[in-house]
Design a binder for this molecule. Sequence first.
Ligand code: NAD
Length: 333
Amino acid sequence: MSSHEIVLLAGDGIGPEVAQAARRVIEATGVDINWVELSAGKNAVKIYGQTLPDEVLEAIRSCRVALKGPLATPIGTGFRSVNVSLRQELELFANLRPVQSFPGLEGRYKDVDLVIIRENTEGLYIGEEVQESPGVIRAHKRVSLKASQRIAEFAFNFASANQRKKITVVHKANILKKSDGLFLDTARNVSTGYSSILCEDRIVDALAMDLVLDPSRHDVLLCPNLYGDIISDLAAGLIGGLGLVPGANIGQDNAVFEAVHGSAPDIAGEGIANPSALILAGEMMLRYLGETAAAEKIRNGLITLFKEGNTLTPDLGGSASTIEFSEALIKIM
Ligand code: NAD
């Protein structure tokens, strides 16, 4: 059995709690992993004097794969988002977020099966804000043909490799005619190379309503950066919350796997965070590494655990701690 070298960034808030749980579950599959534990975010400032140390970038470039807990970003002031910097520095251009309901855990809907594919490097997240005049701030949004084409090709390739039937391009091109117009036109052009996949488009506000009324109307959602971020949390709400949705940041050479949720400061330190999202990110990571049997072990274990319903964390209506949840999962596996 070959060994995998993987960077582990525990993150802030509930990060260390869910990262520890995910690590134990991944190790319980029997896959041989050499974890390279490093820090990013405000914890890294104490050690390296910066939020995204070169050591972290170099380690991820060398290992090619990382598992990352959530990193907090100060609101309104303070340092720039480390998550955004990490995605831009490593050119992790595709953010892949599967949102699937689990039997026994249905929130508002049964059988939700959506995949959100979010452009991860530009849009409003370039973080350029300028003071135009006193009391007036202008934020710049960047949309390029290159990045739009790259993410559209990723989405159509993903859909075709995973037997998906339809891609809905999400936009606001009625208002942002040039920028979102370029994103939409580029996706439509790419779609002509994939005759078996239906390509539709939907204005983001109408899509939000569609999803709340009937998520089964949609399949793969191809989103610019900001809309993908917002729609991800909305979609998480359809299946029972942020504790259940994993994500992968994928580039040409490297991939960083994480939960969609943030550092949850309101419950940090209480030991009650749901580790499922990061465990499912671990499952995605194992599939990426070709460790399909180990990934299946995790998925099947979670399906059984949720169906039994005896060991659920408080966000899912139970009273189990993070550790009790992960121990119960390991026992099932
Ligand atoms: P959040 O996702 O941290 O929390 C939103 C709500 O969901 C909270 O009530 C929280 O308790 C709950 N929640 C989230 N994850 C949960 C889990 N695993 N189990 C149980 N409940 C869970 O969003 P926020 O409060 O808006 O953001 C907090 C911080 O996280 C901010 O600094 C933000 O920048 C950062 N953030 C980081 C990432 C990332 O690292 N990829 C993503 C989103 C937000």
